[in-house]
Ligand binder design. Structure first.
Ligand SMILES: Nc1ncnc2c1ncn2[C@@H]1O[C@H](COP(=O)(O)OP(=O)(O)O)[C@@H](O)[C@H]1O
Ligand SMILES: [Mg+2]
Length: 178
C-alpha cells in the first residue's frame, strides 16, 4: 500500500498502480438490516437509506469513474496512463518523479492574474488537486497528472490544460522544484 485517502486505496505492484475505491458495501448492508429483520419493512428501509447507499457505495467509485471517463475521452499524454479502467479497480502505469512539484498557491495567483473569470472558476473547482505535490510527476519539463478524479478536472483539462501547463512550467523554471 502506498496511499490511503478517504475514498481510495492506492497500491503499487511492479510498474503498475492500482486504485481501489473504498466501497463500504458490507457496512451499508449491515446498517440496512441491523435493526429490522421483518421483510415487510425492508423495502421501506432500503428506500429510506438510499442516500446512505450513495454515500457508502457510489461516492467512493466516483473518482475512479471520473478518471476513467476523462482518460478514455481525451487519452491526453499528460494524464497518467490508464491501462485498465474497470472503475472497481483502475490500473495505471507507474510514473516516476512523483512529488517534486509544489505549485498550488503560486498557480492560483497566476491564474487569478489572467482575469479570465471562467478560467478562474474552472480552476477553483479542482484547485485542491494542485495543492498536493504528490498528485503530479515531473522530470525535465515533462509533467504528468496522477490524480485527475476530482470534480471539475475534466473541464479544466479539456478547456484550459495548455494554459495551466504553461503556467506550471513557468513557475518551476522561475522557482525550481518543491
Ligand atoms: N500513476 C502513478 N504513478 C506513480 N505514483 C502514483 C500514480 N498514481 C498515484 N500515485 C501515488 O499514489 C498517491 C495516491 O494516488 P491519488 O490518485 O492521488 O489518490 P487519492 O485520490 O486517494 O489522492 C499519489 O499521490 C501518488 O503519490
Ligand atoms: Mg491525490
Amino acid at each position: 500500500m502506498i496511499h490511503e485517502s478517504t475514498h481510495r486505496f492506492v497500491f503499487s505492484v511492479g510498474n503498475l498502480i492500482f486504485k481501489v475505491p473504498k466501497c463500504f458495501i458490507f457496512e451499508y448492508l449491515y446498517k440496512v438490516f441491523h435493526y429490522d429483520i421483518f421483510l415487510w419493512h425492508l423495502h421501506r428501509r432500503l428506500y429510506l437509506r438510499w442516500r446512505r447507499a450513495g454515500f457508502y457505495i457510489l461516492g467512493p467509485l466516483l473518482e475512479n469513474y471520473r478518471e476513467a471517463r476523462l482518460y478514455l475521452k481525451t487519452r491526453h499524454p499528460d494524464l497518467a496512463k490508464l491501462y485498465l479502467p474497470l472503475i472497481i479497480v483502475n490500473v495505471y502505469r507507474k510514473e516516476s518523479g512523483v512529488g517534486r512539484l509544489s505549485i498550488g498557491e503560486r498557480l492560483g495567483q497566476q491564474i487569478a492574474k489572467t482575469e479570465d473569470r471562467q478560467f478562474v472558476e474552472a480552476f477553483r473547482l479542482c484547485g485542491h488537486t494542485f495543492d498536493h505535490a504528490s498528485n503530479f510527476a515531473y522530470s525535465e519539463n515533462h509533467l504528468q497528472i496522477l490524480d485527475y478524479g476530482e470534480e471539475g478536472m475534466e473541464k479544466l483539462i479539456i478547456n484550459y490544460w495548455d494554459q495551466v501547463k504553461e503556467l506550471i512550467l513557468k513557475i518551476v523554471n522561475e522557482h525550481g522544484e518543491s
